[in-house]
Ligand binder design. Structure first.
Ligand code: PSV
Ligand code: MN
Length: 408
């Protein structure tokens, strides 16, 4: 979902009170929910079925609508084509009905290029031209679904790579990717974009075809003007400076959006901000500091988490609330003051100005903002007291008990 902080770009805007900055930021903040975050998933060692998990696309829309009602910040739900729209373009009218019934919109469209047996040795980088064509056809079908739904973004995560040195030509695979992305770009509608996601490892452990932001950037530029880079916060090596990547991509007007989650070790998909909230604050602060308003306005904020241990509804509400809190903290940074301190190299003062905002407790401001906007002051408490989780648990229990599949 597009979002531009306080709507004007911090350096260009009239300086408001901290509270006004926070309220304006919250009014504009939108974050997309992943349909797969409401369904049963597992680890690679086993699947954990939850009684309240969504067992159909309708239930995913219902859950997403509930999260949106409680937070006021999550009006769209990302779809994974294989799991949500197995009928392809034929499913579009059904999705439209669900949008109308539940009041949340379908968001980014995610082709699935990693699950089918044919993709064992890769999808768009597979040495077999037939498999590459199958992958391209699936991407083009996703573009078509997005076009029919009026959705802006196709999010492309390519799981391809290899496990052993010498077993694949890294170079030739680059060419195959370029061909597929060029064909994808050519199929995009006027308002559509393709977002290219990167990830250093997993499922491949020697080389991954799109391993970092440099590769994603080059592939995006090569594909055409409607391609952008997608930053999944869990897809970096431990010591990587993610906000620096964000600053570069914004500067180049090449940041398409985020998949938010947190991690302790690798791509753990933990709740946003649960391990390192300062990291998320630094990312948001980088966005508030950016003067290229066009680049900032194109950022799609999305959640990419699927919880196995926490209740799915609870985890999703908690995540949206955490994102709002960290976004509000970043809005508190006085950008004009900070820029002055940076330019005069007043290091300690600059650092205090920056991290001081992080240490502010913004929760009272959020409560006041929510009350003024007719949203429950404490969304998690409202979820617990509202009876929704009990209702869906009772309703879905039986179906989930007999479910054997992941990503229902
Ligand atoms: C892969 O790890 C990823 O981050 C991609 O965005 C997928 O679409 C998503 O997770 C769901 O598996
Ligand atoms: Mn992701």
């Amino acid at each position: 979902m597009a979002n531009n902080g306080d709507g004007k770009g911090p350096r260009g805007a009239a300086v408001n009170s901290p509270e006004q900055r926070v309220w304006a930021a919250l009014d504009n903040f939108r974050i997309e929910l992943p349909s797969w975050g409401f369904a049963n998933t597992g680890t690679r060692f086993g699947k954990f079925i939850q009684s309240a998990a969504a067992t159909s696309l309708e239930e995913k829309f219902s859950d997403a609508a509930q999260v949106n009602a409680l937070t006021g910040a999550a009006p769209s739900v990302a779809l994974h084509v294989l799991w949500d729209t197995p009928g392809g373009a034929k499913d579009v009218s059904r999705i439209r009905e669900l949008e109308a019934r539940y009041g949340v919109l379908a968001g980014s469209i995610n082709p699935n290029l990693f699950q089918d047996a044919e993709y064992k040795f890769g999808s768009i980088c597979n040495p077999d031209a037939g498999v590459r064509k199958q992958a391209l056809d699936h991407i083009l079908q996703s573009v078509e679904i997005g076009k029919l739904l009026g959705d802006r973004d196709i999010s492309l995560w390519i799981a391809d790579g290899s496990n052993y040195p010498g077993t694949q030509s890294i170079s030739r695979r680059i060419g195959w990717m370029q061909d597929v992305f060029a064909a994808t770009h050519a199929a995009l509608g006027t308002n559509q974009r393709m977002l290219i996601e990167y990830k250093p490892f997993e499922p491949a452990f020697y080389h991954t075809d799109i391993a970092d932001w440099g590769m994603a950037l080059e592939l995006s530029r090569n594909a055409g003007p409607k391609a952008r880079v997608l930053v999944d916060t869990g897809h970096h090596y431990q010591a990587q400076n993610i906000e620096q990547i964000v600053a570069w991509l914004l500067r180049l007007n090449m940041l398409g959006g985020f998949h938010f989650n947190d991690r302790k070790y690798a791509d753990d998909d933990l709740t946003l901000g649960s391990i390192d909230p300062y990291q998320v604050f630094r990312i948001f602060s980088t966005i508030f500091a950016e003067s290229n308003t066009q680049a900032v306005s194109g950022i799609a904020y999305m959640i990419d988490q699927s919880h196995n241990l926490k209740g799915k509804m609870e985890a999703m509400v908690q995540t949206v609330v955490a994102a709002q809190e960290l976004y509000a903290k970043a809005a508190l940074v006085d950008q004009a003051q900070l820029a002055g301190l940076q330019d005069s190299c007043q290091l300690v003062e600059a650092e205090e100005c920056f991290r001081g905002a992080f240490w502010e407790d913004v929760r009272p401001m959020l409560r006041a903002w929510r009350q003024a906007r007719g949203i429950p002051a404490d969304p998690l408490k409202a979820l617990r007291e509202g009876g929704y989780v009990e209702r869906i648990t009772a309703d879905r229990k039986q179906r989930n008990a007999s479910s054997v599949s992941t990503y229902a």
